[in-house]
Design a protein around this ligand. Structure first.
Ligand SMILES: Cc1ncc(COP(=O)(O)O)c(C=O)c1O
Length: 365
């Protein structure tokens, strides 16, 4: 346990920690939102209260990310996973070709799903080294007639992040930003479409944010199921059907909280400091090793190993007993992973480093 109100430091990759102040505020308003006599959980999505909530959430996200007027912001369901299908269904509009950079499990899944709908080429992959780096890709590597290019900007499982935005010329660039949205200022105009599940930096699971340039909307084939057509959601302000109201509300509260604290820049500064301290400690230690190439390291997901699977297990168990939970790596690769999203305070990272130091001393060979 720690000073975090009797709460553990939760290093889960998602769902993950949310700002305590936001949750306390939500708890205060839980049964009677702003004196309207109802919980947001109970209210009609057509009510004036909820309309204000979703409009504010969109306005505040636009403000935080400097989203230009010619982009729509959609609040959808189905997670990042449904976007693996919605993207090709809607964006394979002409040549039916799309190029993917495969930098991890999620990117692979996105490409596999897209293959059901068109001619998909893997233009680069880092699978040869268990996704330990981000390949450098040039404009000439892409097919000139591709309908779009897809990247996974931050790779949650492998702890990698694109340190650059691939140059794609006129071809729309699509990015899965599920595990890094709002952790850094990005130039939205460099992308045709950005999507992100909420359950890491934004809100509880249940809503997926899609930011899409307007000229890419309206090309889904006629037989597309209604829910899978971006146009339907764009024309109905994400209210074609009942949206995930409560999650959108919490997302909106998180956006307000970030704005109140100065926007993305101070958060990014803190994220750089948090990750920097942790990587420095790992790099200087004799016990721990980060398998990720330095120029590809994620600010959000820090993976490390001891090189001994039994010792890794011991580490995870003892860390849990010390109030540092969910430090196990993804079940597909093992080892350790500390997800240090925006809501993880510096004290959480310092507590982890102190624990790692102690564990290293106790387990030195
Ligand atoms: C980068 C990335 N993309 C997609 C997904 C899948 O998202 P969902 O579980 O919301 O479908 C995840 C899940 O962790 C992820 O980290």
């Amino acid at each position: 346990m720690n000073k975090n109100n009797g709460r553990v430091y939760n290093f889960s990759a998602g769902p993950s920690m949310l700002p305590l102040e936001v949750m306390e505020n939500v708890a205060e308003q839980l049964t009677n939102y702003m004196g309207c006599g109802q919980s947001v959980m109970e209210m009609s999505h057509r009510s004036k209260e909820f309309e204000a909530i979703i409009e504010d959430a969109e306005k505040n996200l636009r403000n935080l990310m400097d989203i230009p007027e010619n982009y729509k912001v959609l609040f959808l369901q189905g997670g990042g996973t449904l976007q693996f299908s919605m993207v090709p269904i809607n964006l394979l509009k002409k040549s039916k070709k799309a190029d993917y950079i495969v930098t991890g499990t999620w990117a692979k899944k996105a490409a596999a799903e897209a293959k059901k709908f068109g001619d998909i080429k893997i233009v680069a992959s880092s699978e040869d080294t268990t996704f330990s780096y981000i390949p450098k890709v040039k404009k000439e590597d892409f097919r000139a007639d591709a309908d779009y290019i897809h990247i996974t900007f931050n790779n949650t499982i492998y702890g990698t992040h694109f340190g650059y935005i691939p140059e794609t010329g006129d071809i729309p660039l699509v990015a899965d930003m599920s595990s890094c949205i709002l952790s850094e200022k990005i130039d939205v105009t460099k992308f045709g479409l950005i999507y992100a599940g909420a359950q890491k930096n934004i809100a509880p699971a249940g809503v997926t944010i899609v930011i899409i340039r307007e000229d890419l909307i309206g090309f889904a084939p006629a037989e597309t199921p209604t829910y899978l057509d971006y146009k339907v959601h764009a024309e109905n302000g994400s209210m074609y059907n009942t949206p995930p109201c409560f999650t959108i509300y919490v997302a909106g509260e998180v956006f307000k909280h970030i704005l109140k604290n100065g926007g993305i820049d101070p958060l990014n500064k803190l994220d750089v400091e948090k990750a920097g301290r942790l990587y420095k400690f790992i790099d200087e230690s004799k016990l721990y090793n980060c398998p990720v190439q330095e120029d590809s390291r994620s600010l959000m997901n820090v993976v490390f190993i001891t090189g001994d699977a039994d010792l890794d297990k011991k580490f995870i168990a003892e860390a849990k007993a010390a109030g540092l939970v969910n430090l196990g790596g993804h079940r597909s690769i093992g080892g350790m992973r500390a997800s240090i999203y925006n809501a993880m305070p510096m004290e959480g990272v310092d507590a982890l480093i102190a624990f790692m130091k102690k564990f290293e001393e106790e387990n030195a060979k």
